[in-house]
Each structure stands twice: as structure tokens, then as C-alpha cells.
Design a protein around this ligand. Structure first.
Ligand code: C2O
Ligand code: CU
Ligand code: CU
Length: 596
């Protein structure tokens, strides 16, 4: 039996009733929630900050999500959510983030190509009462990014309580296209989230019972939109849930941008899967539809197993996620937003462009390193859905650098999912291109373009990506890669990488023991390098002269791995050199002298 509760959610009535009985709510509460579900609220459009001087104040607040008790929330420059920041490519921004939360946090600019010290990851803590002042040049193309806290083990709590904002980057290339770009009118930000609330209307952040859907912190939202082409900038800001976007009547829409910017041509779709952390921009042509309504829906009934949002999140129903079911959003179609179509504006865009921007992906022939990242949850093996969460069999450790990447490396990463649930894998600093999806080079059209987060299919699924680590090196502050399901990220499915410039003079992180060189000084044509027993296999080495220039670099191939190496030095003039050995986790260095 299906229940159509006014303009709101269509759900299976039996499940729905069971759900509330299971949740042990009283009839009174049941009715009050029922009534609030049926109300339609105008979509909140976050205020914008469009300036190179940006001031954000993180604060605790309250919000009236339901009738009755208010909800304790967190926001920036307001009670809940954060302003939409609009930046221009090439501009230099100066941001002040003041933390009035009464507890430490960080603010991370998700998707942006910036130095590790400006990235706002878990090491860049803003103490209570303190102000953090990142300053950087905006290097990304026109795109929809977002920003959110990233304090290790507290990311989910801070984001769930409301700290998340959109970040729109503009550039000349985008400005030259005929696209809707009147913010809040025909260019609309949608931060889609599901949350769980307790009986006192308070947000429970560590929960799989996230049964309340909101868009821009608005429950049961509607938005008046003009009868023309509109642009929706969509962010899945949920802690865990994946959405399967579509419109009533399977109306065709056009994806024009992925996480990191515009595509070369619009992709016409009737469904679009969006996982936590991902963004997408779509055009919907509403020309001639004045007076009608259109629902943006998540067709979650179409999800197969292995996705958070399907009726059963795992490979089968025998090992459910604690608290996951019953939940009316799991495996059922539900409304996200009602579009109420009103009169056209002046200068309306009424056609979908045929082409967008030139898209030049990274070339696999330029790759100089491959790595694999295996996502698993340890305690229960393959079937276990609840953790402990690992990448390459280790959980996040703030004191361990998991990967060291030489600056300017082009790398291919294979992300392998060894668990029963799909994980959205995210890499800081860079945008990547997907070159293989589940072993096939036939990458689904909606995943083609610039990406920084990708849902890696469950049960031995894999995604292969290519990227380049350029412009920013820092041997002390790491960037993160992680699952963007915030419970998994906080639970340890995260690792740290540093991008190092072998030419850089600051060598604080470089370890001085780890190997020996002999003879030293040497007058021979070879030196011998012997690794200590406790160091990892070396992946490459560099010889740097006294001017700091790399005069020799060699990648260690699989068949060369050893604990003793003979390095040719006959090409080098007499002098003092530094030998740097790169392992997966560290850089070791030692001086040696050539005296011929
Ligand atoms: Cu959106 Cu590391 O995060
Ligand atoms: Cu990020
Ligand atoms: Cu995950």
C-alpha cells in the first residue's frame, strides 16, 4: 500500500508505520511529525559572500526544524549552514575563520587546489576563540566546491550539526557560455542532507536512522523557479546517504559539471547518482511549463544492494547495519524538492548549449607512478559494514604519513573496494579523471570530467583514476584521502599523503638514519647503499647536488627491490651530494662525497 502524504513523501505505508512503532514514538509525536512532513516550506537560499576578503564566524545556534523544541545547531555567520562563497579564478583571497564554537575544529575547502597549509585538513586546528587566516590564489576552474569542518573524529558531528557551505568558483570561460547564473533565481544551490533527530528534536550524528531529509536546512522544501532553463548546483552533504536523482515523469536533464568543473558537452540523463561529498551541476529546461510543478526525487528503490540508501545496504540482508532499517528513506523513492514553475524572467536562457568547455584529461602515458588503495572494514571481514575502517589495512593515524609523492608526479590510483558497501573516495588537493570503472575503460558518462570524489562500488568493485600532484609541496603538513561517508572517515578510512619537492631546502621530515653509504667519500664509479632492516622498500631515489638541483633520479622497479643497491656515480663531478630515498611513508637522506 502506498501513501501519498500531500505534496510530500510517497512511501510504503506499512513500512512507515512499522518504522514509527519500532522507533517507539507516541501517537502524539507520530502525528506532529506527520503534520510537519506535509507542510511545504520555501527553500532557504544561503546568503552569499562575493569578496576577496571573507570573514566567517563559526558559531553554535538553534534552528526551528520542527514545531516544539528547537534544535541545537552549528553554522557560519548564522545558526545553521554557512554562506555561499563566490570566488573568481585568479583572484587572491584572504579569509578569516573565527572559531566561536567553544571547541576545536578546522575548515577544509573541499575540491580546491591549494597548499596543504591552506587546505584546512585535520592538522590545521582552529582553537576555540582563535582566528585562522588562510590566504591563497584561486587556481580552480569555474566549479561548485564546498567547505566543511575536518577535525579528525569530529567531522561528522560538526557537519551534521550544520557546518557546511557551498563555494562557487567563476572564470572567464564559464562567463562566455550562455548559462543561467542568477544566484537563487535560475542558478540554485542545493545542499541535500539527511539527518537523524531524537525525541527532543536534537541531531544524532552517529546514526544510521537518518530519516529526515532537508535541502539547504529546509524540510519539505519548494522553490519557485522561472519557466526557462534553470541550473541546479547540487551537493550531497549527507554523512552517509547516496541519492539517485531524477524528476517526475523521468524528465530529461543535462549534467554540465562534475565535482571540479564544466564538462566538454552536456550529458543528458534521467537519473544521476550522487554520493556524499560529490557535486554536480544540471540544467533543467522548464520552458513553457509555467503553472506546473516538478518534483526532484531520489529514486532509491532502483538501488541495488551495496549502497547506503538501498533497502539493504550490504551484499545481502543477513548482516544489516545497526539501526539501518526500518527507515522510510531506504529503498523507497522520496521527494527532495518541489519546483513550482512561475513566469519567465527577462533575458532567460531557454536552450541547452551543445558544447561547454574544452576538456583535456590527464594522459596515462604521462603517468610515473601507480598506487593501489584498498578500502575495507576489518572486524567482520568482507560482510562487515560497521568498521573498523581501513585503507590498505591501516586506520587513520595522525602521526603517520602513509604516502609520499614527489612533486609533479602524474599518478594512477586504483581504488579497490573489499567491503560490502560502496564508499565515496575523496582525494584532497587535486582533481582526477576516472579512467576505469569496475575494470572497464567504458566510464559512465556522468563520471566523465573533473572529479575529486567517486563512489567505489561494493564487493570487489574498483575505480582507477589519474591525476597530477603539482604546484604545492610541503614536507610536514599532509593532505588527506578518505571515504567521504563521514562515519567511515572519522572511523579511520582515511590516510595522509605529503607532496614533496626533492629540490626544496626544508628537509625537516627527512630522516637521517635508515641507510648507510659506503665507501664515503668515494673515488669509485659506484657507491653501495644498504638499507636498515626496519625501513620500507624504496620506491625511488634522487641525487641532489650542493646547489639543490636534482642530478639523478631513478624509480625502483618491482624486480629491483632489494635492501642493497649499487648506485652509479661516474657521471658526477667531485663534490658534496645528498642522496634521498623515497619510501611509501618517508624520505631518508644522507650526504655523500665524491672525491675523484
Ligand atoms: Cu570534503 Cu577531506 O573532505
Ligand atoms: Cu576535501
Ligand atoms: Cu566508506
Amino acid at each position: 500500500m502506498f501513501l501519498s502524504c500531500t505534496k510530500g513523501i510517497n512511501i510504503n505505508l506499512t513500512n512507515y508505520l512499522n518504522y514509527f512503532i519500532m522507533k517507539n514514538l507516541t501517537t502524539v509525536l507520530f502525528l506532529s511529525i506527520f503534520i510537519s512532513l506535509s507542510a511545504q516550506n520555501p527553500l532557504l537560499i544561503p546568503q552569499t559572500i562575493e569578496s576577496t576578503n571573507i570573514n566567517l564566524t563559526l558559531q553554535n545556534g538553534t534552528n526551528q526544524f520542527f514545531t516544539g523544541q528547537t534544535t541545537a545547531t552549528m553554522g557560519a555567520n548564522g545558526n545553521v549552514l554557512a554562506p555561499t562563497i563566490i570566488m573568481q579564478k585568479g583572484s587572491n583571497v584572504n579569509i578569516n575563520v573565527t572559531n566561536n564554537l567553544g571547541q576545536p575544529t578546522t575548515i577544509h575547502w573541499h575540491g580546491m587546489h591549494i597548499s596543504a597549509s591552506n587546505d584546512g585538513g585535520p592538522h590545521t586546528v582552529i582553537d576555540p576563540g582563535a582566528t585562522w587566516n588562510p590566504q591563497f590564489e584561486v587556481m580552480n576552474k569555474a566549479s561548485t566546491m564546498w567547505y566543511h569542518p575536518h577535525l579528525h573524529e569530529f567531522t561528522n558531528e560538526h557537519v551534521s550539526k550544520g557546518l557546511a557551505g557551498m563555494l562557487i568558483i567563476k572564470d572567464d570561460e564559464e562567463a562566455a557560455l550562455e548559462l543561467p547564473r542568477t544566484y537563487g533565481i535560475d542558478d540554485i544551490p542545493l545542499i541535500i542532507q539527511t539527518k537523524d533527530f531524537d525525541a527532543n528534536n536534537q541531531i544524532i550524528h552517529d546514526s544510521n536512522s537518518d530519516d529526515v531529509l532537508m535541502v539547504n536546512a529546509t524540510l519539505n522544501p519548494f522553490k519557485d523557479v522561472p519557466a526557462q532553463v534553470i541550473r541546479l548546483r547540487i551537493l550531497n552533504g549527507s554523512s552517509q546517504r547516496v541519492f539517485n536523482l531524477g524528476f517526475t515523469g523521468d524528465k530529461t536533464f543535462y549534467q554540465i559539471a562534475t565535482d571540479g568543473g564544466l564538462k566538454n558537452t552536456p550529458t543528458s540523463l534521467t537519473r544521476l547518482k550522487i554520493a556524499p561529498g560529490e557535486r554536480t551541476e544540471i540544467l533543467v529546461d522548464l520552458t513553457g511549463m509555467q503553472g506546473q510543478t516538478l518534483q526532484l526525487i531520489s529514486y532509491a528503490s532502483e538501488f541495488g544492494n551495496g549502497i547506503y540508501g538501498s533497502s539493504s545496504p550490504g551484499m545481502n540482508s543477513s548482516m544489516p547495519l545497526t539501526g539501518y532499517n526500518p527507515n522510510p528513506l531506504n529503498g523507497n523513492d522520496f521527494n527532495i524538492l518541489q519546483l513550482t514553475i512561475i513566469a519567465q524572467t527577462a533575458n532567460a536562457v531557454t536552450t541547452i548549449p551543445n558544447s561547454l568547455v574544452t576538456y583535456t584529461p590527464f594522459l596515462t602515458t604521462n603517468s610515473n607512478q601507480s598506487r593501489s588503495m584498498t578500502l575495507s572494514s576489518v572486524t567482520g571481514g568482507f560482510q562487515q559494514l560497521n568498521g573498523n575502517f581501513t585503507v590498505n589495512n591501516v586506520s587513520m593515524d595522525m602521526n603517520t604519513i602513509n604516502v609520499t609523492i614527489p612533486l609533479d608526479n602524474t599518478e594512477i590510483w586504483t581504488i579497490q573496494n573489499n567491503s560490502a558497501i560502496s564508499h565515496p573516495f575523496h582525494i584532497h588537493d587535486i582533481q582526477f579523471n576516472i579512467i576505469e570503472y569496475n575494470g572497464s575503460t567504458n566510464v559512465p558518462a556522468y563520471l566523465q570530467g573533473w572529479k575529486d570524489t567517486v563512489l567505489v562500488p561494493s564487493g570487489q568493485g574498483s575505480v582507477k583514476v589519474i591525476t597530477k600532484f603539482e604546484d604545492f609541496a610541503d614536507d610536514t603538513i599532509p593532505y588527506m584521502y578518505h571515504c567521504h561517508m563521514l562515519t567511515h572517515e572519522d572511523g579511520g578510512m582515511m590516510g595522509q599523503f605529503v607532496v614533496v619537492d626533492p629540490n626544496a631546502s626544508t628537509v625537516d621530515l627527512y630522516l637521517n638514519d635508515g641507510f648507510s653509504i659506503f665507501p664515503n667519500p668515494s673515488e669509485n664509479t659506484y657507491i653501495t647503499v644498504k638499507l636498515n632492516e626496519d625501513i620500507d622498500n624504496i620506491r625511488s631515489y634522487a641525487v641532489v647536488n650542493s646547489l639543490g638541483q636534482i642530478v639523478g633520479y631513478h624509480k625502483i622497479h618491482e624486480n629491483e627491490i632489494n635492501n642493497m643497491y649499487s648506485l652509479p656515480i661516474f657521471e658526477y663531478a667531485s663534490g658534496i651530494y645528498m642522496l634521498k630515498l623515497f619510501t611509501e611513508s618517508a624520505i631518508y637522506q644522507k650526504k655523500f662525497i665524491i672525491a675523484k
